[in-house]
Design a binder for this molecule. Sequence first.
Ligand code: LLP
Length: 416
Amino acid sequence: MHHFSYRDGALFAEDVSLAALADEVGTPFYCYSTATLARHFDVLAAAVKPATVCFAVKSNSSLAVIRTLAARGAGADVVSEGELRVALKAGVPANKIVFSGVGKTERELAFALVSGIRQINVESIPELETLDALARRMGRVAPIAIRVNPDVDAHTHEKISTGGAQHKFGVAAADALAVCRRAHEMAGIDFRGLAVHIGSQLTDLEPFRAAFAKLHDMVVALRDAGVPVAHLDLGGGLGVPYTADQEPPTPAAYAQMVRETVGDLGCELTFEPGRMLVGNAGMLVAKVIYVKETAAKTFVVVDAAMNDLIRPAMYAAHHDILAVKPRQGDARPVDVVGPICETGDTFDRAVALPPLQAGDLVAFATAGAYGAVMASTYNGRPLVPEVLVNGDKRCVTRRRPSYEEMTALETVPNWL
Ligand code: LLP
């Protein structure tokens, strides 16, 4: 469910015409819908109540987006000092921030401790030892969960699966009990519980069920061993529909599965959703530069490229492509490509689109998650602006940098 729709033959974000926005902001740009963000957050939060829903900032680090969610009660899941600073700046209370990741540096851990965040999800023994020593040196006690690697197959793209024994994430289930007992005894550590995250864009509840059932048994074993466990962080990962015919599990079905697997433990729950909150709350709007006919194909060359939205090139991901003002006429198969000098800079092949001409606008749907955050300036292309719409209001929440700004951090050595 989202709030992008056609009105009188033109695509709108809530009450704002994307064509009007393109005139104001220039193309390409990302556009996010407040009503969609709010709806997704509210539906999930209600389903998992009274849990804490920590938005995975890695999926969309726009201050405006984070603040929109924080205003409705969201916390944040962060994976770096940079993301932690962004979450705090957006107004997320420190006691609703969890810090994940296999490679947190001592500096990052120190900043997390000083900030007084809710919990650090520790992923290895060396990290645990570093954090214990650091916290004691700082005269603090670090609230932690141990992230468990449950060794389950998430049945998603291999690059975004994280819960298998072959993956770098978490502490192996077989070692986790010993590690938790050790954490419980450390003076610099406040052992709160367990965390898990098995992958992203899961479209089936069974891998979650398998992982959460393992977590359940570990909590029972820990309690039997005299280690109190009060918290469970169940990660993110619930998928979104990238095409009209995909039907990932609803938040209600997901919450029911959570109750069935860990509901009897009486633990305080945290979730770390990213994609399901912001995925279809965002579109990338681009302009057709040329329509290029060759003997083999028709290429629609647009002014957005793989540097702006890398998911098709990186994960062979599909994003629906919509004409912002569809022209009359038969749809025909075209390849939609960007201007970058690699064949990988292809958004879709042989996709049936209505007739398009130079100057027409297209929108890449479901681009709110892992879109702008993964952008680069490859090929000397400025990062694209981000616009947040709310009813008939719009705000450019990140402007396009100037070319001057793009080289502002560089120095040419004095011998040149
Ligand atoms: N928690 C942890 C520890 C994570 O590693 C992730 C995502 C999340 C939560 C949020 O997962 P979500 O609810 O968004 O599925 N760039 C890839 C996705 C990478 C996901 C990385 N971890 C893509 O574009 O598909």
